[in-house]
Ligand binder design. Sequence first.
Ligand code: AMP
Length: 415
Amino acid sequence: MSFEQFSLDSRLVKGVEGMGYEDPTPIQEQAIPVVMEDRDVLGIAQTGTGKTAAFVLPILQRLTRGPRRRVRALIISPTRELAEQTHQAIGLLGKHTQVRSVTVYGGVGKGPQIQRLRDGAEIVVACPGRLLDLHGDGYVDLTHVEVLVLDEADRMCDMGFLPDIRRILKLVPRQRQTLFFSATMPQEIRQLADSILEKPITVQIGEIAPAKTVTHVLYPIERHLKKALLLAMLDRMAIGRTLVFTRTKHRAKNLARALSKQGHRAAALQGNMSQNQRQRALDGFRDGKHDILVATDVAARGIDVDHISHVINFDMPDTADAYTHRIGRTGRAEETGVAFTFTEKDDENLVRQVEELLGHRIPLRYVEGFDYTVAAPGTQAAHNRRPSSGRGVAHHGNGKRNRARRGGSKRNNSS
Ligand code: AMP
């Protein structure tokens, strides 16, 4: 699919060419047509997926027609960096249009922002606090807003902006288009989305890595917390069709059962099942009846299911080769995939072997807000830190980001 199929204004096509974009990214492919139809959109996507252009292009398309010099689109960002980035994307994609945008955020003088608002702009890209401030002083009129974008809504919530957002919602017309983007969907965000979107179309994109590659990530965790961690991740991340690997048949059966109990569409695939049962599980996974298949290595041999977005190594495999076999299930033929591996302290050697095989280090991640300190049943909560990585580097948790350094590079992200 190319950008031409969106029937964008020729000035915008020139802008897209100027950026060097050849083909739309998956989120652009899905979102641009529905945004152009004036529908509300719930976009579950992270930065890096091309989500900015997915909402900026249709907004610019709308604003190339109709009244000028009044605020017709409002984009709310959690941070000034994101606001600047979005503003720049508008400037570049809209270079050949007359549409103007301004940024509004705190920590800098109000004067220049007020001046730019006075000069007339059709798009305001703002952080909540300063926007309310300038609105309170009468410098910005939001009564003509036609499109409202909430970008990185989960981050805004984390940063305590929810009350401000509710205030802003009262300042914009009820009759409007709303585009809501979030990388994760915890309950609070889901409720906010439900309360402000009208019959939204959901577009959901997992992490996008460069074409044909698989993104590998390690999640250090103690064994007794693995199930809770998986549930927390399923709750928070945009995870599509997922294959989960366990070391034993019992663990596969029990985990699939536990996931189903929590409302996930999961099935097991393990050697104690009859051929019929296995076939049913596989068919269900292939047809989309199940999103999650929990399998052992042996049972998963020869599985041929397309569009597996995530492989999760709930238990580390026995050998590095087995790791590559498992991961070979995702990221097939032009697709991108993600491989998450839960690592325990004892997995250190194997992690090293896998890294050698891949030819690069695998980044570590911790799930923000997850309680890593819960003790194993029958033991006392002896420590107040996140678990070690399984590669012999201790990571002392402080509730914020952990950094493990080797070779001087940043090795860790939170998600
Ligand atoms: P975003 O997720 O919007 O922050 O975009 C991530 C990066 O991808 C930015 O550097 C964009 O300029 C770039 N990008 C967005 N859309 C495309 C596309 N269709 N082709 C190539 N790069 C893109």
